[in-house]
Write a protein that binds this ligand. Sequence first.
Ligand code: GLU
Length: 464
Amino acid sequence: MKEVITRFPPSPTGHLHLGGARTALFNFLFARHHKGKFILRFEDTDRERSKDEYVDSIREALEWLGLNWDEGPFFQSKRFEIYQEYAQKLYAEGKAYYCECTKEELEARKKSLLERGLKPRYDGRCREKNLPQGPGRALRIKVPDLSEIVFEDLLRGKILFPPDEVDDFIILRSDGSPTYQFAVVIDDFTMGVTHIIRGDDHISNTPKQLIIYQLLGVSPPQFAHIPMVLGSDGARLSKRHGARSILEYRDEGYLPQAVVNYLARLGWGYGDQEYFTLEELIEKFDLSRVNLSPARFDPDKMLAFNAFWIKTLDNGEILKHLRSFLFPYSIERFSEDYLCRILESVKPRVKTLKEMAEMIDFYLLDEVKVEESARNKFLTPQIKPLLETLLLDMERLNFEDEKILEREFRNLAEASGLKLKEFAQAVRVALTGRTVSPPLFEVMKLLGKEKVKNRLEKAIKMIF
Ligand code: GLU
């Protein structure tokens, strides 16, 4: 079998979103599964709307997801000579012709067709004029007489279009720039692309592209048109459905493993299996399991996937992604081992890395900030003597055993006629600054005696 080559060709006119990322993922997985190549190409012929900033952010998002490309990135804007070369070849062979119709004339004819309820199409009036290249002239494909236009979609089987589906369409604009239909075919052909996996909104582009392949005398790649990603209401996915750019998910504290896993499950399945690593996806991915009904984006499910991967991945990996959220705490001061022990204790309790960073901040701050309401409610004059006793008892206590520590706390509380809960809450507020935290005895063990002592002393001083 020929080496499999797939591509992801975003237009850099916006950030990478879930739908585009899923297309990239499927192309990546298909190529990797078949030990082939995955190409990145920027379709930036629209110079007005294409921005370097989007090129950078799309690259960053793909890298973050781990979708490494083998070739590229290529830029269509740097390949104009190649498009010219093939366009001139088609012209020389009489398969394309120059058209001198002006924009205004074309508009007026289109309008009149529409008014008569007809499909707007070019009437071919420059077809036989044999015009040479010249200012203001676009190059059009001389669409051959066809009985039908047909291709075999890898997911949908035979797709048939009526012979009059395509009019003589433009491949080079009058300024010499290629149209999308032309550039995409020349690129896919010259880059040796064997499989095009793209959204089904591109099905309608396929007939024109097939005609170009035919006129070039080359066989087209295989096509697989995947269903769009929709929002929960069935409309095309947009910001309104809570869908953000991939980098925003990163900044919200999603793990790339979770996003990749969720995207793969969005329209692809493997029995009942829900969770996959990237390696497993590469091993198991195939187009026959792509679901033909449109996938619906479910933000809660994606969040649940994130919680799963936070719980499941090893601490070193989590820490790698958590570091950027811990930036304000100068974490270079702490050992990797300490940081990993901290995050191990909160892993089952959070859904995002951002939440995780917020939950563990008191481990990393020199001074805890005690919430006003927590202080008023729990750091009371009644509890003060008990906190003082605890401080005096500190040397004797064994922090390593949470069970023993709990018993000691219970005894101390009972001896002074207070409830363990009240006592524990006061200590929690002293150590973490708030009323909700990971289990108290776990916190004490991780903070260690020195810090516990300091924070208790400070809390006691706060009580008048
Ligand atoms: N640049 C096109 C897009 O962003 C890609 C079209 C294709 O895959 O052929 O939708």
